[in-house]
Write a protein that binds this ligand. Sequence first.
Ligand code: PNS
Length: 172
Amino acid sequence: MSERQHVAVYPGSFDPIHNGHLDVIRRAVRVVDHLIIAVAENAGKEPLFAVAERARLVESEMARLAEDGRLDHASFEVRFFNGLLVNFAAEVGATAIVRGLRAVSDFEYEFQMAATNARLRPEIETVFLMATESNQFISSRFVKEIAKLGGDVSSFVSPEVRDALVRACRGS
Ligand code: PNS
């Protein structure tokens, strides 16, 4: 058996982190030695939350899962990243990028991203984990839309994230 440690990056906008993300994280930490949850500084679209707030919520959710014993003493850290994901992954010594796959509609975008990243850095594999059935359909986009329209997001996010959403939507 080799002593090699498998480090993986789980990147995303996390705007904000929801139960689908947590589901992927819980399963990813079981198959890697160390998971880096990488919050993209430039989330592409106009994010609702600033990067510091997105990362703070990720940290807080991870602390809660660890406290509840739901991470099985897994090794993880939360980092920001800027620029190309594959460069960040190489810098931190990761051999894999983890992405969650929900519905078939995710496939084309994820396929393109994985293929592009593989062209840039073939030594870094993209690994897909499917969200469990109950979390298949959750997306940050819809969670934000529901919150903005005054709906109840409690079954998609934690109470802390829900409160952050309510505050952010009140301010917008
Ligand atoms: O949660 P998201 O919005 O689906 O995450 C997308 C993210 C941040 C992982 C992706 O946009 C990304 O990797 N951005 C960094 C820039 C980059 O490397 N672009 C080339 C990817 S093909």
